[in-house]
Design a protein around this ligand. Structure first.
Ligand SMILES: [Zn+2]
Length: 194
């Protein structure tokens, strides 16, 4: 079973996704300060030599760990096509149509050949047709318009974008609190498990 647990710091700031083995390790090392959300898994361990009882760890969908997580705000979310397409909901930012991942491409709003950089704020999702049509022209020369401005996801948004499956409702609620107000992920229901 594949289940992801959202690790947050003691103040409730999302940190990372854990698999159940990592979550059990943190429990065993007594590093969990609180848990929240629905129970997603029950893990049975060894039997105690003293009481003869089997240890059971109940994993909740969200867990806070002791200790400080440093540099989280400064951490830059790496730019990948997958995360980029998800940021833009698989919608071409020029023609507005929705495409499968394999039919999409990364378009540099200011083309690399004209000094544009390969960074979140200069890239949008584009279908291959629109990308080819735009070529390496800047926006004002190709007669095309952007449907929405590119933005750099913050850490919570990035966690939502890079999660491989559906995110549980309570996890998403936690992440959303940290989303920036311009985030297009705020209305995205497809990321959440029903
Ligand atoms: Zn297009």
């Amino acid at each position: 079973m594949s289940v992801s647990i959202l690790r947050v710091n003691s103040a409730g700031m999302p940190v990372e996704w854990l698999n159940w083995q990592e979550a059990v390790c943190l429990h065993a090392r007594d590093l969990v300060s609180w848990t929240y959300g629905e129970e997603v898994m029950e893990v049975h361990g060894g039997y105690s030599r003293f009481t003869g009882e089997q240890t059971v760890v109940k994993l909740s969908s969200i867990m806070a760990c002791k200790g400080k997580v440093v540099g989280l705000e400064r951490k830059r979310p790496p730019l990948t096509n997958r995360a980029l397409f998800r940021r833009d909901h698989n919608v071409c930012m020029y023609c507005g149509e929705t495409f499968r991942e394999c039919d999409l491409s990364r378009d540099h709003v200011i083309p690399i050949s004209r000094g544009g950089r390969d960074i979140w704020t200069n890239v949008v999702t584009a279908c291959k047709r629109c990308n080819a049509r735009k070529g390496d022209l800047p926006l004002d020369r190709c007669g095309m318009e952007l449907l929405a401005l590119p933005y750099k996801p913050n850490h919570a948004e990035y966690l939502a974008l890079t999660h491989s499956g559906r995110i549980l409702g309570d996890q998403m609620a936690f992440l959303k609190r940290q989303f920036s107000s311009h985030s297009r992920l705020l209305e995205d229901a497809t990321l959440v498990a029903s």
